[in-house]
Each structure stands twice: as structure tokens, then as C-alpha cells.
Ligand binder design. Structure first.
Ligand SMILES: Nc1ncnc2c1ncn2[C@@H]1O[C@H](COP(=O)(O)OP(=O)(O)OP(=O)(O)O)[C@@H](O)[C@H]1O
Length: 253
């Protein structure tokens, strides 16, 4: 579904990614882990189009998307959330989520001016779908009219997931979805991620520090260390890999 081939990326002298190769298979949850500075965020930015790799390719459903802009990738069905929540803080929950849906509306601004009726119909359909498919699904109906600033952190992260889901993504990239959350919020988010995979069949790639959460919900894990891929396998396989144990013990020392 999403294939990463020999990806290299550097910042001046720092080699953030040095030959990363793996596939996020259709309908599965793949996790990317690694100590601080391992290259996880750089990998996400290269996949979503914010960084251009020095070498290597990104394939989406077999199509080489390495040269495409982030917007074009989003149109193809690649949505992401950010490590630091990127919502419009003064706007309501519903309006933030609707913004995700607008990226896939057929009528653009000029067409909307000419064919006001069609645009209005699309808008109504979008609203209904968002209400049924995203707001109910994420159990955030009671806060739909609230501005983001009034929400606790865990709910803000859920709204950000909602905005990505409103894009009806084929592949969802989650950048540290449970960072900064308490145990209850983490358990809720893990359940929602599993539900997205089960109910919508979405392919999910997530970067996360919380090892327990990654081991619990991912069927496939890629481990990075200093930009290099040191393991790629099932949770049981990677947790036993000597390179992984050494990287984590080294990081903890
Ligand atoms: N925009 C940038 N400019 C310069 N160096 C960068 C930039 N982004 C990342 N780096 C460097 O690239 C390396 C990989 O960083 P990256 O943020 O991808 O790691 P990470 O695994 O996401 O870390 P963390 O877990 O701390 O978020 C680090 O050495 C980092 O300092």
C-alpha cells in the first residue's frame, strides 16, 4: 500500500535517514519506533511530502509519489496528524473537522461561485457524513460546538484524528498519537485507532514513543536508530532483536 524504498535524508552533516526500506501493508497497523533523534519525524515528513529525500522513493498504491506536494498526496488519500496538535484553536470542533473534508470536495471555489447549488449539495452531504461517520464514531458529539481551546489535551488529539478521518484517507499517518496523554486517554486513543482500522479498513502508519501501545496495536513494527533501520517484523520479533535491545538499553543508559 505504502512502500518506502532506500530512503536517505540529511540536514547538513546530520544523516537523519540512511536507507530505510519497508512496506505498510494494506489494512494493517504499522508502527515506527526508535530512540530520540532516530529519524522518525523525518521519515514522516518525507512520506507526507514536507521534506524531499536526497535519495530513495515513496510509493503509494504502486505509484511513485516522491516528487508530489503534500496537497497532492492528501488528494490521493494520504492523511496525517502532527506531533504538536495543528488545529485552528479558536474554531469549533465541527469546523475543524469539516476542514479535513474540504480537501476532497469536488467543487473548488470558482466552480462553487458558478454552480452554487452543486456546491451547497456537496456541503450538506459533507456535513451529514462528517456528523455520522466521524463525530459519532469518535464519540465527540457533546463537544461539537466547543472551541478547541476549551478541550483537554486528549480530546484535542481526538479531534485532530477526526479531521484526518474526514479526508477519508486510504493511509493514515499518526505522529505520536498518545504523546503527553495519561493512561486513560492513551487507552481510549488506542481503541479508536484499532476501530479505524477495523471499521474503515484504513492502512495506518504510526510513530510513537509508548512501546506498550505500539506492541499492543501494531501487527508490524519498524525500528530506527540514528537514521538506520535496525529491525522490521512482528512485535514479538522486534522485541527479541539484539540490535533493538541494545539501542534501547543504550538510550536508557
Ligand atoms: N529540520 C531539521 N534541521 C536540522 N536537523 C534536523 C531537522 N529535523 C531533524 N533533524 C535532525 O535529524 C535527526 C533525526 O531527527 P528526527 O526528529 O527525525 O528524530 P525522531 O526520531 O523523530 O526524534 P524524537 O523521538 O525526539 O521526536 C536528529 O539528529 C535531528 O536533530
Amino acid at each position: 500500500m505504502l512502500r518506502i524504498e532506500d530512503l536517505h535524508l540529511s540536514f547538513g552533516g546530520i544523516k537523519a535517514l540512511q536507507g530505510v526500506n519497508f512496506e505498510a501493508r494494506a489494512g494493517e497497523i504499522t508502527g515506527v519506533i526508535g530512540p530520540n533523534g532516530a529519524g522518525k519525524t523525518s521519515l514522516f515528513n518525507a512520506i507526507s511530502g514536507f521534506y524531499t529525500p536526497d535519495k530513495g522513493k515513496v510509493f503509494f498504491e504502486g505509484q511513485d509519489i516522491t516528487g508530489l506536494s503534500p496537497d497532492k498526496r492528501a488528494e490521493l488519500g494520504l492523511a496525517r496528524t502532527f506531533q504538536n496538535i495543528a488545529l485552528f484553536r479558536g474554531m469549533t470542533v465541527l469546523d475543524n473537522i469539516k476542514l479535513g473534508g474540504h480537501t476532497r470536495l469536488k467543487t473548488n471555489v470558482w466552480q462553487a461561485l458558478r454552480y452554487f447549488g452543486a456546491a451547497q449539495r456537496e456541503e450538506l452531504e459533507l456535513r451529514r457524513e462528517i456528523e455520522e461517520r466521524v463525530i459519532d464514531f469518535l464519540e465527540i458529539d457533546h463537544i461539537r460546538k466547543y472551541p478547541i481551546t476549551m478541550l483537554p489535551y486528549g480530546l484535542q488529539k481526538r479531534v485532530e484524528l477526526g479531521r484526518a478521518l474526514a479526508m477519508r484517507p486510504k493511509v493514515l499517518l499518526l505522529d505520536e498519537p498518545v504523546a503527553g496523554m495519561n493512561r486513560e486517554e492513551t487507552a481510549d486513543m488506542a481503541r479508536f485507532i484499532l476501530d479505524v482500522q477495523e471499521q474503515f479498513g484504513t492502512t495506518i502508519l504510526l510513530v510513537e514513543h509508548d512501546m506498550h501501545m505500539v506492541m499492543d496495536i501494531c501487527s508490524h513494527i519498524v525500528v530506527l536508530n540514528f537514521g538506520q533501520q535496525i529491525a522490521d517484523g512482528t512485535p514479538a520479533e522486534v522485541s527479541k532483536a539484539p540490535d533493538v535491545i541494545e539501542a534501547y538499553l543504550g538510550a536508557a543508559a
